[in-house]
Design a binder for this molecule. Structure first.
Ligand SMILES: *[C@@H]1O[C@H](CO)[C@@H](O)[C@H](O)[C@H]1NC(C)=O
Ligand SMILES: *[C@@H]1O[C@H](CO)[C@@H](O)[C@H](O)[C@H]1NC(C)=O
Ligand SMILES: *[C@@H]1O[C@H](CO)[C@@H](O)[C@H](O)[C@H]1NC(C)=O
Ligand SMILES: *[C@@H]1O[C@H](CO)[C@@H](O)[C@H](O)[C@H]1NC(C)=O
Ligand SMILES: *[C@@H]1O[C@H](CO)[C@@H](O)[C@H](O)[C@H]1NC(C)=O
Ligand SMILES: *[C@@H]1O[C@H](CO)[C@@H](O)[C@H](O)[C@H]1NC(C)=O
Ligand SMILES: *[C@@H]1O[C@H](CO)[C@@H](O)[C@H](O)[C@H]1NC(C)=O
Ligand SMILES: *[C@@H]1O[C@H](CO)[C@@H](O)[C@H](O)[C@H]1NC(C)=O
Ligand SMILES: *[C@@H]1O[C@H](CO)[C@@H](O)[C@H](O)[C@H]1NC(C)=O
Ligand SMILES: *[C@@H]1O[C@H](CO)[C@@H](O)[C@H](O)[C@H]1NC(C)=O
Ligand SMILES: *[C@@H]1O[C@H](CO)[C@@H](O)[C@H](O)[C@H]1NC(C)=O
Length: 425
């Protein structure tokens, strides 16, 4: 039962691809760690005009838009950088920084805003990513660290700045992990959502982050999906509240190694897609990446092909990472080589971030991707929800197809699929 999957992918691939696709433009987050601590002096925003030999993240975004057709950029920044302080509560007694009491620092915020404005100027969607791992200087927000009110105040100030910008997307928090209590974390996320809406950003997309580094592969099973599902807008709706997931493909899932070992389709993206379609929700893949190696190019192509083929579940993806990273000696670099006006893309960008989009809109191309070999269609069949009224053959359709079917794909598609499957059988 390997071949039906191939055909199913081909069929779904003909119809759509992710509406949002692009890259992380990192740098303002540099110097931070997974404890949510940051030496602010090591922040190095990729805005060439700020000097000191910084990367030209603005020229990179223009290149990605003009030459690659990408349209979405995630712009990491830390809480500490925006308030220019490692102290939140008005106390100036901490050795690590001056007091700020949570008020945005005008100089630093203006620097970050240059990147956001330049992103918006390309016509792209621009994700404000608070890159703090649910923490501030080692302490978990709402669970011993900053209060939910302080976190809400951060988001209220940011949302006020961008409330008229329909293409700004608010990424509430990068990669929460090791949270004492997931239910309590969902309360914290709710406070941020409410703060954003009340500040006048009433319609923009907001990204909701789960625990365990918001990994796609544990998002449903380990409770993130369930707990975040109860978050609402102030009017009780869930309009434009989207889950953010991340996934790396190396052996320990950390996104550091040059080699990849899986595409995480079977154990991650597929069950997540099933959950999303069943519950009428969407997710954005905020980070994924790999090195310039055969193993990563193959697996990353496979993962992103799946994302592109399932826009009913995934609104899109931003790969990790360009911006401030060296184009030469960072394992996961997606920073283009060369200089503004004469950039050359990394293979991971050409083949995976960009190539899978083109393939997904091209029936022949998508049928020739590597994905069919790396997926286990037998186990897929047992997971796939059987669409109502379908034939026996269709009931073993893998998720790429059943995802589409479950959300009301045209009858013609269903018919074509069943016909193809009988041809194979
Ligand atoms: C922060 O980084 C700067 C520049 O690398 C360094 O000079 C300084 O000692 C660091 N501060 C702390 C507290 O580590
Ligand atoms: C402010 O936070 C610091 C730790 O960052 C803590 O030591 C201090 O007690 C707090 N002060 C107040 C007034 O809450
Ligand atoms: C810090 O902000 C809080 C809430 O806005 C306020 O109640 C408090 O007085 C402020 N503290 C200082 C030292 O400014
Ligand atoms: C948003 O638009 C409103 C209405 O035009 C205007 O009053 C306000 O100043 C704008 N806010 C920002 C932050 O641009
Ligand atoms: C999910 O939770 C289980 C049980 O707590 C844990 O063993 C597992 O590592 C978690 N999964 C991931 C991907 O973190
Ligand atoms: C919320 O998270 C907890 C802890 O991981 C889990 O036990 C519970 O099932 C989750 N709730 C929902 C509705 O998924
Ligand atoms: C880069 O990848 C190699 C090979 O996978 C690995 O040994 C090394 O630790 C990675 N470098 C970093 C900084 O993680
Ligand atoms: C553009 O980059 C290529 C490859 O790095 C280089 O060979 C070429 O000379 C560059 N062209 C210009 C006009 O700078
Ligand atoms: C990627 O790796 C290939 C093969 O090792 C090499 O030829 C190519 O130059 C690399 N691409 C980049 C952008 O470094
Ligand atoms: C799509 O398919 C056409 C015809 O087979 C081919 O010419 C074109 O290069 C393909 N495009 C991409 C992006 O693969
Ligand atoms: C495919 O799934 C079946 C059933 O779960 C399992 O026995 C088999 O080992 C899997 N094969 C691969 C290649 O993962």
């Amino acid at each position: 039962m390997k071949f039906p999957l191939l055909f199913a992918c081909t069929i779904t691939g003909v119809f759509a691809r992710s509406p949002f696709a692009g890259l992380n433009i990192a740098g303002f987050d540099f110097g931070s760690d997974i404890q949510g601590a940051q030496n602010i002096s090591n922040s190095f925003g990729p805005v060439a005009a700020l000097g000191n030999g910084r990367s030209d993240g603005i020229a990179q975004m223009q290149h990605f838009v003009q030459n690659d057709g990408l349209n979405t950029f995630r712009l990491p920044v830390t809480w500490q950088f925006l308030i220019n302080s490692r102290s939140l509560n008005g106390s100036s007694t901490t050795v690590t920084g001056r007091a700020s009491n949570g008020t945005l620092d005008q100089t630093n915020t203006a620097q970050y805003n240059q990147l956001v404005r330049a992103c918006l100027d390309t016509g792209s969607s621009c994700i404000i990513d608070i890159h703090n791992y649910a923490r501030f200087e080692g302490q978990v927000i709402g669970q011993g660290g900053p209060t939910n009110a302080q976190f809400g105040m951060l988001w209220s100030q940011i949302a006020s700045m961008y409330r008229n910008e329909t293409k700004v997307i608010f990424g509430i928090m990068n990669e929460p992990h090791d949270l004492p209590n997931l239910l309590t974390w969902a309360d914290t996320v709710q406070v941020a959502v409410t703060a954003i809406r009340r500040a006048g950003a009433t319609t923009q997309t907001i990204l909701l982050p789960g625990t365990e580094f918001t990994h796609a592969s544990s998002f449903v099973d380990n409770g993130s999906a369930g707990n975040l599902s109860r978050i609402t807008n102030p009017d009780g709706s869930i309009t434009n509240l989207v889950f953010e997931v991340h996934q790396y493909l190396d052996a320990d899932g950390s996104g550091t190694a040059l080699e990849c070992v899986t595409d995480h389709v079977q154990d991650g993206f597929m069950p997540l897609a099933q959950f999303l379609v069943k519950s009428g929700r969407k997710a954005l893949l905020g980070e994924i990446g790999g090195g310039n190696t055969t193993s990563c190019l193959t697996n990353l192509r496979s993962s992103l092909t799946f994302i592109n083929e399932n826009p009913d579940a995934f609104m899109g993806y931003t790969a990790w990472a360009a911006g401030g990273f060296s184009p030469l000696d960072y394992n996961l670099t997606m920073t283009p080589k060369g200089s503004p006006g004469n950039f050359t893309d990394q293979e991971t960008v050409t083949q995976c971030v960009v190539g899978t989009r083109n393939a997904a809109s091209n029936s022949t191309a998508s049928g020739t991707t590597t994905s069919s070999n790396s997926r286990n269609s037998t186990s897929t069949a047992s997971q796939g929800a059987s669409p109502a009224g379908s034939s026996t053959a269709a009931s073993s359709v893998p998720v790429a197809a059943s995802t589409k079917l479950a959300t009301g794909t045209t009858l013609e598609t269903l018919t074509a699929l069943v016909v193809l499957m009988f041809l194979v059988l």
